[in-house]
Design a protein around this ligand. Sequence first.
Ligand code: KIV
Length: 288
Amino acid sequence: MSKISTVSNRLTTHDVQARKGGTPLVSLTAYTAPMAALLAPHSDVLLVGDSLGMVVHGLPDTLSVTPEMMILHAQAVMRGVAQADLPDGQKAPLVVVDLPFGSYEASPQVAYDTAVRVLKKTGADAVKLETSAVMAETVAFLTARGVPVMGHVGLLPQASRRDGGFRVKGKRQDQSQAVLANAKAIEDAGAFALVIEGVTESLATEITGALHIPTIGIGASAACDGQVLVVDDMLGMFAWTPKFVKPYGEIRQQITDAVAQYAADVRTRAFPSAQHCYQARADLTSPA
Ligand code: KIV
């Protein structure tokens, strides 16, 4: 009988789980093919986050992002990851796709249908759900049926309108206990990893210590088993950067300078110069 190969060139959810307590997981958001190709050699997990609604589409929050938008961007990211220039023997990152607001909360069945559609149309490895306390049943339903789920607790951007904005969780003791209980319930339901967003350092440390699955922090703490950032934030794309982001680049300034120089060159006819123009060649004759 021939042996079926199950070897993938991407990290698996099991590889990610095995990193609990080890070298921290490196994760970034990715929304386009060229960016995914650049990020892949340095990342363990690429997240096609629904933050793409704000970052790429200029929306005020993530609530109007649709499954179709997620699928289109995830397909681009998968192509970029496949084209990445990886060092010999290095696996490509696991690719996780957010399920957007309104596409999974109504029932476990609705969540399953959306998750399967997203995974089939993109070839991505897992889905991420914002797992408020009521979502444990859904996570159990999905994982029991073969859908790998990354949970997300703490500050939940999809609940920002209900919560009156993006509010850090865990400053009050009762709130901390609720987030911790929720994190444990999502682990028990079968999630392979958990994003912890916008919580106090002490709460992130407590959750990470209490769980057997890796935690990936954003605005959480270095105690988490990994970190994730919105790539445009850490590259310095926006005029305002949240407190929890360390800017590793100044891409906004670089784009501004480059475009200003281009505009000046066009207006003074400095561009295009001879090296950018095609010339006729006297030595070429027309085919008979
Ligand atoms: O949508 C997103 O980008 C996220 C983060 C955890 C960064 O959910």
